[in-house]
Design a protein around this ligand. Sequence first.
Ligand code: CTP
Length: 407
Amino acid sequence: MLSGKRIVLGVSGGIAAYKSVELCRRLVDAGAHVTPVMTAGAEHFIGRTTLSALASEPVRTSLWDGPDPIPHTTLGQQADLIVVAPATARVIAAYAHGLSTDLLTNALIATRAPVIVCPAMHTEMWEHAAVQANIRTLRERGVIIVDPEEGRLAGGDIGKGRLANIDSIADVVHRTLAIRDLEGVKVLVTAGGTREPIDAVRVIANRSSGKQGHAIAAECSRRGAMVTLVTTSHLDHPSSIERVDVETAAQMQQALDVHAAAHDVIIMSAAVADFRPVNPAGEKLKKDRGAPELLLEPTPDLLLHLGAAKQPHQVLVGFAAETSNLAENARSKLVRKNLDLVVANDVSAEGVGFSHDTNAVTLVAADGDRTIGLCSKAKIAEAVVDEIAKIRLAMRPADARRVDPTT
Ligand code: CTP
């Protein structure tokens, strides 16, 4: 299944390094060309010979020990995928901060291929705010994180931090390389909540963080799409994505006017304000003049306009934040706004929707509903993109036009 794929297997210095030997064997057995790269720390745990014997070529450890004068760029450019298992706190920090401290971190920074990071460390380290912040940064940039598991750790301690099991890591590698069902498809994603000015410093905002939209944009990009992300969020994004920063509903509308017609799939995950102040003050309103009376006007319904202008080859996805009658309200929105899919969430439920790292949704399409229980926003993104790919497959071939990425 992985035949012809070039995988760089990064191994850093933790006791779980011994498990990378099994992962290496699995990937080679599946037909991949595996280039192992060990850090100096990893060499304290396993010998080079072990990995070299099982991989497709000898272990690399240094920027300086081979005939290639630029091994890091060669590795990074040639790779179809880099998987780091185990990834220590140091390697995660270096990668998140762009520090090229050794061959492995150089290759990570020099690649545009998908990267899978599989952390393994003691619970105290895994839960440290700095490690969690670095993990968040990498996730936002589209790096796939295979979370560690609970279990016995080095020294006999029990807790979260044990390397994910090799079956799960191998599955993620297969999935990442195999699923390219949006190759060359142009996808536009909107994300975050709009901020509507009251005066020069104050805004009417909402609780949306943009996490779900950014996760969907990253998933589409990983699956081969050419992605434009129109966002109000300050979250980071994968470098493969074209980003358009906006703040208000009017700016989002302008961005859609420019970009929407040229895209095959449009995913409106942004929480666009429904009302905005009429004539916001250009200067800061002074409080000694008393509380201002805010006159609000409705914003245009961007999704409704997109639905009215939808071309036969386009797939249009709307979101619905509901507090009751979830599927019923979503289905009426599907029909009324000429959508192909509605991603509905019950924002009154625990751990769901705005600002959380988790979500639970009902996907409502013409052919039925599908409920995805509470899980990470990355997993929800996978399910949403699976559904979009299914809808595109069911379209007439002439409609589901594939855009030539070279044009
Ligand atoms: N949306 C939009 N333009 C607006 C408001 C919302 O395009 N001015 C889009 C959002 O991006 C999202 C969906 O509409 O995809 C969310 O709709 P929601 O706010 O849940 O619905 P309502 O605004 O309540 O729509 P309606 O009152 O028509 O049911």
